[in-house]
Ligand binder design. Structure first.
Ligand SMILES: Nc1nc2c(ncn2[C@@H]2O[C@H](COP(=O)(O)OP(=O)(O)OP(=O)(O)O)[C@@H](O)[C@H]2O)c(=O)[nH]1
Ligand SMILES: [Mg+2]
Length: 200
């Protein structure tokens, strides 16, 4: 398998509207999930650079689609989180629709990573997102985040419970990670690389 060097990642651009999104010459991997779930932290863990994507303890940090180009092989799109209520309703709708529109804009999405906080019940929006993806041919991985907040066995129990109650596609790959403790990051990077390689 041709390896992908995630360390060779550069910031490409930030887009506030679909129109500003860059041309797609490379396959695109999209990170989505509620605000504060750890999308930007995951980007930093994957590329082994704690300063590349901006993260914050208060939700709503990423307000645009932020693109990173990895090893000239793929784009990572870090989407604004959904379900962030503290901004004005107008603004919150603008972020949320940037996320929704993203999937219906006709943009080619090679792979979606759906991030779910291992400790929390998936929100209505998470469920809608999964339903939506199950009705499209967009492949997705489920990524449980913040697994350092639980013991390994608690984590496994939680993963099983969540997989039982949610409609994950039978062929969706499931990963459990901690961006903080760098757990499961190598596995996920390998999963993304082999997926990208399989696109030929
Ligand atoms: N304990 C722990 N905290 C994490 C982990 N990943 C992210 N966090 C924390 O969760 C908070 C939110 O992380 P972000 O990466 O900014 O989340 P985001 O999904 O990009 O949020 P938005 O940009 O608002 O959509 C920060 O305080 C992170 O330090 C993790 O693996 N473990
Ligand atoms: Mg973010």
């Amino acid at each position: 398998m041709e390896s992908i060097n995630f360390r060779k990642t550069r910031f490409l651009k930030a887009a506030a509207t679909i129109k500003q999104c860059p041309d797609q010459e490379l396959p695109e991997v999209v990170l989505c999930g509620r605000s504060n779930v750890g999308k930007s932290s995951l980007v930093n863990a994957l590329v082994d650079n704690s300063k590349l994507a901006r993260t914050s303890a208060s939700p709503g940090k990423t307000r645009q689609v932020v693109y990173f180009e990895v090893d000239k092989r793929l784009l990572i799109a870090d989407l604004p989180g959904y379900g962030y209520a503290k901004v004005s309703r107008e603004k919150s709708q603008a972020f949320s629709s940037l996320c929704d529109d993203y999937f219906t804009s006709g943009r080619k999405i090679s792979l979606a990573l759906i991030l779910l906080d291992i400790r929390r019940e998936p929100s209505d929006k998470d469920v809608m997102m999964l339903d939506y993806l199950n009705h499209t041919d967009i492949p997705y991985f489920i990524v449980f985040t913040k697994c350092d907040k639980m013991s390994r066995s608690q984590c496994l129990t939680r993963q099983r419970a969540l997989a039982d109650s949610f409609n994950f596609s039978p062929d969706a790959s499931i990963y459990a990670i901690s961006a903080d403790k760098k757990l499961g990051i190598k596995d996920l990077a390998d999963g993304i690389a082999s997926f990208i390689n399989s696109l030929g």
